[in-house]
Design a binder for this molecule. Structure first.
Ligand code: FAD
Length: 347
């Protein structure tokens, strides 16, 4: 598009790449600055669930994900050390794909559409200003005592799951297992950091395998871990923030991080990217000012995500309260109403 203004996206994760692809489909000139290189593993449950799937279809990316090996998830089951649900159908199917394959496929697509992707480019700055979109993932917690959580992820083979997604909860956090591409299983956990704990006192392997005697430990008994897929992330804060709290245009986790237990973070990354396409394209064509574009994106994101974030906060809190875990699993096993509510309200 002759005379169109260029948009620079800081961060080439799911939100940044989806926005870049959407803008290129509208012929907007786009540069993405990405600190890392593709392909790369990310700490993620790799379970895409919710409205983001419709966004992917509208961006004509459904087939691309299938070609990259996406696997459909139809059932889920929950476990604690002593209670479990039988495998139950998910209210709507999800798709599972390793971030190693997904991010690389999206990066390739963005380049094919004429986007400029600069890898190994770490952008610095508090406020990037007009023409820049912040898509660089989760923010570091503002207060030290906010950062109670850390995440671990590894792929493994030789695990027989009872459902396409298994969630194992414990006093320490939870571990999700889901079937992904190439016959592998993603083993991903979120854990509470204990005060005064020496980080080396329990290896990541022990944490991800679960307590001795637990269903998780049994499930992973014969697992062959793919060591080069291991990754970890610390300093996770789960306090939700509205898009309006930021002076910049932000998408994905740069707005706020929804508790991972919902399996909705990737969906929110895709959805927020989609909400930003039209206002940013209008800015690029000189039909909107930057503050007008920001105002529209912020308002739409807050309308779309507010209820989900509020429910997710409570669901996460309940799931991570040891005394409530067994009652929750019993309720999920017996009540269709509760099962559907927990899924639908957080998506
Ligand atoms: C333990 C755990 C489990 C999860 N499980 C799931 C799940 O099962 N399902 C789900 O939907 N979501 C899940 N999520 C959430 C999901 O991973 C995120 O919501 C999603 O990755 C957000 O995408 P994003 O593009 O906003 O951020 P990211 O994917 O984090 O991408 C940000 C990008 O910005 C780059 N970057 C950072 N700083 C800079 C800089 N200064 N300059 C240039 N580039 C920069 C990074 O290298 C990265 O590529 C989970 C999260 C955690 C922690």
């Amino acid at each position: 598009m002759a005379g169109a203004k260029r948009i620079t996206i800081v961060g080439g994760g799911l939100a940044g790449l989806a926005l870049g692809i959407g803008l290129r489909q509208s012929e907007v000139p786009v540069t993405i600055l990405e600190a890392g290189h593709y392909p790369r593993h990310r700490v993620c449950g790799e379970f895409i669930s919710g409205r983001g799937q419709a966004t992917l279809a509208r961006l004509k990316l459904g087939e691309l994900l299938e070609r990259a090996g996406a696997v459909r998830a139809q059932t889920a089951a929950f476990f604690s050390a002593t209670k479990s649900t039988a495998p139950r159908p998910l209210p709507s199917p999800a798709i599972c794909l390793s971030r190693f394959a997904l991010d690389e496929a999206l990066a390739k697509k963005f380049r094919e559409l004429g986007g400029e992707l600069q890898e190994g480019e770490f952008a610095r700055g508090e406020n990037f200003g007009e023409g820049f979109v912040r898509a660089k993932g989760r923010r570091l917690p503002s207060a030290k005592n906010d950062a109670h959580w850390f995440g671990l992820k590894i792929h493994a083979r030789n695990i027989a799951l009872t459902a396409d997604l298994e969630m194992h909860v414990s006093a320490r956090g939870y571990v999700g297992l889901c079937k992904i591409n190439d016959g592998e299983v993603n083993v991903c956990g979120l854990f509470r950091k204990r005060a005064g704990e020496n980080n080396e006192s329990k290896s990541w392997r022990e944490l991800l395998r679960g307590e001795p005697g637990s269903p998780l430990r049994q499930r992973l008994a014969a697992a062959e871990f793919m060591e080069n897929s291991f990754c970890a992330v610390a300093g996770i804060s789960l306090r939700p923030q509205p898009a309006a709290a930021h002076a910049e245009i932000c998408i994905g986790d740069a707005i706020t991080m929804i508790p991972p237990v919902t399996g909705n973070g990737m969906s929110m990354a895709f959805e927020s990217a989609e909400l930003a396409i039209e206002p940013l394209a209008a800015w690029s064509r000189n039909e909107k000012t930057w503050p007008e574009a920001r105002e529209k994106i912020v308002r739409d994101c807050d309308v779309v995500f507010a209820r989900r974030l509020a429910w997710a906060k409570w669901l996460q809190r309940i799931i991570l309260t040891p005394a409530l875990q067994n009652p929750l699993i019993i309720l999920a096993a017996r009540s269709d109403w509760f099962w559907r509510l927990a899924f639908e309200r957080t998506r």
